[in-house]
Write a new protein. Structure first.
Length: 503
């Protein structure tokens, strides 16, 4: 391949990697080197050869000049790593953070007083002297084609109503964002298939984002089954997929920070979940990843007060679905007092009610999830459970458990009688024919929203639409009362609208 043809092919391959992305200068350097080595089998890098001929002080200048040459003719935005937004305030242009507490001073090759952003440090070091390159994708830039969707079953009338409303929202000129408030187990994923299909057939680019890695990994195979002919990638810190510019991208909300005006449709599942709900930089990244004419859909069973207020004020569109697709009501939790359970666990004992409840479930072979307030409690409760039920097969999961995915899979395969879990499994997972008990439901970690999500693990499938949820406490709380009140209210709304057969 001749030099000019090689450069032309390199530029085309590079553009495919950068379109709809915001990228550091150093990352482009590495990317070009990889493209040369892997795709064009060039011995040695153009960048490396140039840099070896220059002195250390001129390295960044040579690299920037070479990047500018490669990106010439494209509408690329060059951004400084930090921009001054007030007299004494600097904003990181990668994650949007302007809090000085997240800035750190460190030695730098630029030779000047420099600082970097600690907020997005895990995604690459952004310094004051860093150059960021942002290249917007073109709206609806993929070829138009027919896209087949495979449903696992037919949509219920209520699901179909939401599905149709979302395709109508796509045509609206007034609103860019739509909140879908649908109860746990309503079949939210299936309801977005039609709007995704519509965007893909028009040549659009779709992003499906979720705050938690587990949710993305559970979503990816379901989307692949539903859209078998559509090329997709799953981007998380644990996935094997590498970035490719494809019509359908499943990713964590952290990964959205790497995108720039990329998606014609962005769907954020579990929009109220940690960490998206309390990290402004993730909201910043989501907004920037959307095309100026793009549409954003929020999915949640427990919207924040801010989202509810925005919907009430008609700042965003909203759709409410208070019923599950199988026409059975949400399971209303029972509340049981269990005394000073922490003191009992310290003596490797279990509350009497909990011991009796577990024994009944083991006898009837009814599997269950046992939620606890914190990771540090796991060793204590495991000892107490092993002592009380030596023949029981169980395990535990938390955000720090490296084998979490394998243990969740074993639970699905019915290799465990039960699973002890922190709030990591409050959402995004489905186990058929399961019951739930929350030990220490008075703990402040169990907010109204968390308790509603946990209760939503039960009765999710058409084959097993009922079950038992127990909030076991040492003093009832406002959150417990509010969660039960909201579940009952949603059941009443669904009954009044004819979406369920009884309350």
């Amino acid at each position: 391949m001749g030099w000019e043809n090689q450069m032309s092919a390199l530029k085309l391959a590079l553009k495919q990697q950068l379109q709809g992305r915001i990228t550091r200068d150093k990352d482009i350097d590495s990317l070009v080197y990889e493209l040369e080595q892997e795709r064009f089998k060039v011995d040695g890098s153009l960048f490396k050869e140039l840099l070896e001929e220059s002195s250390n002080q001129e390295d960044s200048l040579v690299m920037d000049k070479q990047i500018t040459t490669l990106l010439k003719g494209w509408e690329v935005k060059e951004l400084a790593g930090f921009q001054k937004v007030h007299k004494r305030e600097w904003q990181c242009q990668f994650c949007g953070t302007n809090d000085k507490e997240w800035r750190a001073v460190g030695p730098c090759t630029c030779g000047e007083d420099c600082f970097y952003c600690r907020q997005c440090f895990n995604m690459g070091k952004v310094k004051r002297c860093t150059t960021l390159y942002a290249l917007a994708d073109e709206a609806y830039s993929f070829p138009k084609k027919s896209v087949k969707v495979i449903y696992r079953g037919e949509l219920s009338p209520s699901q179909q109503m939401i599905s149709t409303a979302l395709t109508d929202f796509l045509k609206q000129a007034t609103q860019q964002t739509c909140l879908v408030w649908a109860v746990t187990g309503a079949g939210k994923t299936e309801m977005i298939f039609k709007v995704i299909q519509q965007v893909l057939e028009a040549g659009g680019r779709v992003g499906l984002a979720a705050p938690r890695i587990d949710v993305c990994h559970e979503l990816a195979p379901r989307i692949k089954t539903a859209f078998p002919s559509v090329e997709q990638v799953c981007l998380t810190s644990e996935s094997e997929d590498r970035y490719r510019r494809v019509p359908l991208t499943i990713l964590t909300t952290h990964q959205l920070l790497r995108f720039y005006q990329a998606f014609d449709l962005l769907v954020i599942d579990e929009v109220d979940a940690f960490p998206y709900s309390n990290q402004p930089m993730l909201v910043y990244g989501a907004r920037r990843s959307l095309q100026p004419t793009g549409k954003c859909i929020y999915l949640t069973a427990t919207p924040s007060k801010a989202l509810q207020k925005a919907a009430a004020n008609q700042e965003i569109s909203s759709l409410v679905l208070p019923a599950r697709y199988h026409r059975h009501p949400l399971v209303v939790p029972k509340v049981k007092w269990c005394g000073n359970w922490r003191r009992l666990l310290g003596r490797e004992l279990l509350p009497q009610f909990l011991k009796k409840w577990i024994n009944q479930h083991l006898t009837t072979k009814k599997r269950f999830l046992l939620f606890i307030p914190s990771i540090r409690m796991i060793p204590q409760i495991e000892k107490s459970l092993q002592k009380a039920f030596p023949d029981a097969k169980f395990s535990s999961v938390s955000s720090k458990e490296e084998k979490r995915s394998k243990r969740v899979m074993k639970m699905r395969q019915e290799k465990y009688d039960f699973l002890v879990t922190t709030t990591i499994l409050e959402r995004g997972v489905t186990f058929p024919n399961i019951d739930v008990l929350v030990l220490g439901s008075e703990d402040r970690i169990f907010t109204k929203e968390v308790l509603i999500q946990i209760a939503g693990r039960v009765g999710r499938t058409v084959d097993y639409p009922t079950g038992e949820v127990v909030f076991c406490h040492y003093g009832t709380t406002k959150a417990i009362k509010q969660a039960i009140k909201e579940i009952k209210s949603l059941n009443q709304q669904a009954f009044e609208k004819g979406m369920i057969d009884h309350e």
